[in-house]
Design a protein around this ligand. Structure first.
Ligand SMILES: [Zn+2]
Length: 252
């Protein structure tokens, strides 16, 4: 990463102490308190590159993942996210109530407000909004892919949206889940594919995709649940939330 990026960033003021996961060496790394795209043009790029939350150990050159409370504010894309390390999987309704009680002062009018538990989810929020997608629908796609991998014996930690691919020809792509509304339909292979990195518990990363019909099915689920429109409050929409929504559909 270009050192200039850091020097131009007025918010990269902090440093954090890191212990190398490989050799236990202790070193310091840059800490960004606020990724504000209005005053820091490279904020999205830095968030996208993900290097900053994988500092390199000066002793053994291996990378260690770090996480700390910070914010991402993107007025142009209409999203503000707060990172609270380890908040994933908490009771969403209760957590949302608490979040809004003490984070209301961090809110911006007319923007979507999210709470995320790690930097992958923060970078994902930026990518989702850059593609002008509904982030709840993107979350609902994940169990479709992760469930398939688990049934093939993979142990999955989580998955995060990376971007959209437009197929060049009407051909089935590898590692892609296709939904169809009318049985075997080759037309599904021409649809745009939503790409994710699926993270296994052993540290491996498996790229995986899912087609646009699946996204539209998820949008319909949201409409049925009255969740298609954002209410402006802080929400934690993570994998656990998505699994709960899918489970609630099976019960009803
Ligand atoms: Zn090391």
């Amino acid at each position: 990463m270009n050192q200039l990026h850091w020097m131009k960033n007025p918010w990269a003021v902090g440093r954090t102490t890191v212990q190398c996961q490989n050799c236990s060496h202790i070193f310091t790394a840059q800490m960004v308190n606020c990724f504000d795209t209005l005053i820091w043009q490279e904020a999205r790029e830095i968030l996208d590159a993900e290097d900053f939350f994988y500092p390199v150990c000066p002793q053994c050159q291996s990378q260690t993942e770090i996480s700390y409370p910070c914010r991402y504010i993107d007025r142009e894309l209409g999203v503000a996210a707060v990172l609270i390390p380890g908040i994933e999987g908490q009771d969403t309704a209760e957590a949302s109530g608490n979040m809004n009680a003490y984070m209301g002062r961090l809110a911006f009018p007319g923007m979507e407000h999210r709470v995320v538990g790690n930097f992958y989810a923060m970078a994902e929020q930026m990518r989702i909004h850059r593609h002008h997608l509904n982030d709840r629908a993107v979350q609902l796609l994940k169990p479709f892919m992760i469930g398939g991998l688990q049934s093939r014996g993979f142990e999955v930690w989580n998955g995060f949206f990376t971007g959209i691919v437009l197929p060049k020809e009407a051909k089935k792509m590898d590692d892609t889940v296709y939904f169809s509304l009318q049985g075997e339909d080759p037309a599904v292979y021409t649809e745009k594919v939503y790409q994710f990195n699926i993270y296994l518990t052993n540290g491996e990363v498996v790229p995986h995709g899912i087609n646009d019909t699946a996204y539209r099915i998820c949008m319909n689920i949201l409409k049925e649940k009255g969740l298609a429109e954002d209410d402006g409050l802080f929400h934690l929409y993570d994998l656990s939330w998505a699994i709960d929504i899918h489970n609630s559909l099976q019960q009803s």
